[in-house]
Every structure is written in structure tokens, then in C-alpha cells.
Design a protein around this ligand. Structure first.
Ligand code: SAM
Ligand code: SF4
Length: 328
């Protein structure tokens, strides 16, 4: 089993299959997009599959496909199918914005995808346009309905932003009344691919108190090990509520995750710059054994928490990275 120097077992890999996206969420990237990764720098399907297989061999049993928007990558559904067949994998999931997802839902079900995280910051189509800079609210809602029809667990991801979607918090909580969905409210992080500063106005505590004011009966529920969300429930409601302290970083203590960027960089913490590039090591002819040694050494150096990682990140760039390149 993969373990870091603090004794944390690493069993969860988040694989960003592409950095490109068909939305332009203001908190994630500028209107003109990013300096996209060049085709020859992007990992091939074979390289991604090989990396996943090396990790599952080392005890990783949970993989999340993310991006950018996963379904913008050509034939990503075939890659997902191949990954789903890896030995030792017990949980394969996807994070998607839902725009191109609907058509693939029957296949996702067939490949054993149990859970999809659907990003939805608002239940209002005008606000959706302001936040994502695209007019695609109805497509996302169709995907939402179809996922539920297919009995795939849906977790809605909502980034909470002053002046943009505060009026959506309570309606989103109310979605959990009759639907078996979890809504997770996320603190905004400074990964917006531009030099725009983020001053966090809605932190974990403020989001919680806002919900509690409306639902004083809110109850704490169990947080599974490695969970990034603090979980709650309104008694009698079918679904649950999560609040993710993504910026204030209270969950690093039992972090079990690592990330691979679309170009193959292994990042052991969301807030670090990332070091070794596994795609380059594969292209240099490394064997699986050599890749495993590199991975063990890199994971051993995983920072204690996101604060330490940020301190170690010596980049002088004032342009923030984007969640789309990191693999949110
Ligand atoms: N495109 C897909 C989507 O939006 O679901 C997957 C990739 S996206 C980068 C993954 C998650 O990161 C989304 O739920 C999104 O809301 C979240 N995210 C992106 N930028 C963020 C930021 N600056 N702060 C907090 N969450 C962010
Ligand atoms: Fe695209 Fe997801 Fe970033 Fe929005 S959050 S721009 S959907 S990658």
C-alpha cells in the first residue's frame, strides 16, 4: 500500500484527462480560456491507462475522472471503459459539468460508475450564464434528471460566491428534500487561471450558519474517512448536504488522494506546484518497476497539509493556476 511519511494511506487517484472545457466558469478560468496543453504534451489513452494500472497495482482502489471537462476529450468514454476494467479498482467516478454527459449515461452505468459529481452553481438559468459564460443550463438539468433515472448517485458541486449565487444556497438545500442527492457547497479557491485575487467571503462557517438559520434542525452526519466534506442532513430529507472547506483546508489530516494532470504531472497536494512528470518517464522508457519507485519517492514527500504545500510552492508567477489544469 502507498503511504506517505505521515502514515497516510494513498488509495485515491484523481485523473484529469484534459484541460480544455466547454464552459468558462469565472472561478476556474478567464473568458478566453487557458494556454491549453499542446497535443503532444497531453497524455495518450495508453499512457493514462498505464499510469492508472501502475497505481491500482500499488493499492489505489478509487479513481475519479475529471478535467477540464472530461467529455471534451475525444473518445474519453472508451478510456473510461478501459480504466473500469482494471484489477483492484472498486470505485470509479466522474466529475463533469454535464453538458455532453447525457448521451453517455447508459454506458457509464454499464461500466459500473456508481457516482457522478455534477457541477451546478445555481438553479437559475440567467445566473448560470453569468457564472459559466455559456447558455447551457437546460443541458445540465437534463443530465441531472437522466443520472437519477439511471440510479447513479449524484453529488452536486456548488462553489459559493458572494454576489453570484448566495440566493441559490437554500433552494439547493431544498433539492435534497425529495431527491436522493447530496449537495456540496465548496469554498472558492484561488485557482482561476488569471491574476484576479480571490478574497474568501463565504467560508465553511458562514455557509453553515446561513443554512442553519433557515433549517435550525440541521444535523451532523458521519464523515467517511478521507472525506473532504463536512456532512449534514435536514431530518426527513432524502439527500444530504456537504460543506467543503477547500480554501480553509481543515481536511488535510487524513488526505488519501493524489492527482495526475492531463500532461502527466503527479501532484501530491492540490496546493503544490507538482514535480515529477510520469508521462515523460514513460516516454523515456521506464519500466513499471521504475515508475513505481518514482511514485513511492514522490508520495513520500507529500506535504503535511495545503498550507505547507503553498509555502513550498516557490513559483513567482502572479497568474493563478486553474482548477482545469490541476484537475479539480
Ligand atoms: N469540468 C468538470 C466540472 O466542472 O465538474 C470537472 C473539472 S472542474 C475543475 C472540478 C470541480 O472543481 C468543479 O466542481 C468546480 O466547481 C471546481 N472548481 C473549479 N474551480 C474552482 C475554484 N476556484 N474554487 C473551488 N472549486 C473550483
Ligand atoms: Fe470547465 Fe469545470 Fe472549470 Fe467550469 S469548473 S470552467 S466546467 S473545468
Amino acid at each position: 500500500m502507498l503511504t506517505d511519511k505521515f502514515g497516510r494511506h494513498i488509495n485515491y487517484l484523481r485523473l484529469a484527462v484534459v484541460d480544455r472545457c466547454n464552459l468558462r466558469c469565472t472561478y476556474c478560468m478567464p473568458e478566453k480560456g487557458l494556454n491549453w496543453i499542446k497535443q503532444d504534451e497531453l497524455m495518450t489513452d495508453e499512457e493514462m491507462l498505464r499510469i492508472c494500472s501502475v497505481f491500482t497495482d500499488m493499492g489505489v482502489d478509487k479513481i475519479r475522472i475529471t478535467g477540464g471537462e472530461p467529455f471534451v476529450r475525444k473518445n474519453s468514454i472508451e478510456l473510461i471503459q478501459k480504466i473500469s476494467k482494471l484489477n483492484g479498482l472498486s470505485d470509479l467516478s466522474i466529475t463533469t459539468n454535464g453538458l455532453l454527459t447525457e448521451q453517455y449515461i447508459p454506458q457509464l452505468k454499464k461500466y459500473g460508475i456508481q457516482s457522478v459529481n455534477l457541477s451546478l452553481d445555481t438553479l437559475d438559468s440567467d445566473r448560470f450564464f453569468k457564472i459559466t459564460r455559456r447558455n447551457s443550463f437546460n443541458k445540465v438539468m437534463k443530465t441531472f434528471d437522466r443520472l437519477l433515472e439511471h440510479d447513479i448517485k449524484v453529488k452536486i458541486n456548488t462553489v459559493v460566491m458572494e454576489g453570484q449565487n448566495i440566493e441559490d444556497i437554500i433552494p439547493l438545500v431544498l433539492l435534497t428534500k425529495d431527491l436522493p442527492v447530496d449537495v456540496r457547497f465548496i469554498e472558492e479557491m484561488p485557482f482561476n487561471g488569471s491574476n484576479t485575487e480571490v478574497s474568501l467571503q463565504w467560508n465553511f462557517a458562514r455557509i453553515y450558519h446561513h443554512i442553519k438559520e433557515q433549517f435550525p434542525e440541521i444535523q451532523k452526519t458521519e464523515d467517511p474517512k478521507g472525506s473532504t466534506s463536512n456532512n449534514y442532513k435536514i431530518p426527513g430529507f432524502l439527500g444530504g448536504i456537504g460543506i467543503i472547506a477547500a480554501y480553509t483546508r481543515s481536511f488535510c489530516g487524513d488526505c488519501n488522494r493524489i492527482r495526475i494532470t492531463p500532461s502527466g504531472i503527479l501532484r501530491t497536494c492540490l496546493y503544490e506546484q507538482g514535480g515529477v512528470n510520469l508521462k515523460n518517464e514513460i516516454r523515456a522508457g521506464k519500466t513499471d518497476k521504475e515508475l513505481k519507485d518514482i511514485i513511492i519517492n514522490t508520495i513520500h514527500k507529500k506535504p503535511k497539509d495545503g498550507w505547507e504545500a503553498e509555502k513550498l510552492n516557490l513559483s513567482s508567477s502572479h497568474i493563478h493556476q486553474s482548477m482545469a489544469t490541476i484537475g479539480g
